[in-house]
Design a protein around this ligand. Structure first.
Ligand code: HEC
Length: 113
């Protein structure tokens, strides 16, 4: 290993440990699911983009008691748009079927933002 690749290795080790501790603070991100279903294609964590940000969504539903269930359902079978005029595409158009367990995991994570 030459000096610059040693540097690179040290820098990426540092980055990994920073990322890991940031993730441990929040509800940990179900990264594989998020990737597989392309959530971040339209959403971001904190800035509205093609869709409301996950923080806006968490904020909006903070005091709604059955939000978890309603949103899981919506993520799987769809519903009408009520943020803007574009409804979220259904799972087949996002990356494949979404099981109830996966919907539960994803919504728990979104609502923890
Ligand atoms: C193709 C773009 C797109 C993708 C991909 C996408 N969303 Fe969305 N999402 C939207 C739009 C647009 C809205 C706003 C819909 C509305 O007005 O009700 C939305 C709304 C939501 C809401 C709030 C629904 C409500 O009724 O308030 C949640 C929760 C959500 N998305 C989670 C996710 C998760 C989790 C994923 C990945 C599995 C995902 N989204 C992938 C576009 C997308």
């Amino acid at each position: 290993m030459n000096a610059s690749s040693a540097h690179l290795a040290a820098a990426s080790a540092l980055l990994l440990s920073l990322t890991a501790s940031a993730a441990a603070l929040a509800q940990s991100e179900p990264a594989a699911l998020v990737d597989q279903h392309h959530c971040m294609f339209c959403h971001t964590r904190d800035a509205p983009f093609l869709a409301p940000s996950f923080q806006q969504i968490a904020q909006r539903y903070r005091n709604v008691p059955d939000a978890q269930l309603v949103l899981e359902q919506k993520l799987r079978v769809g519903g009408t748009a009520h943020w803007g005029d574009m409804a979220m595409p259904l799972p087949p158009d996002r990356g494949g079927p979404l099981t109830p367990e996966d919907a539960h995991t994803l919504i728990r994570w979104v609502l923890s933002q």
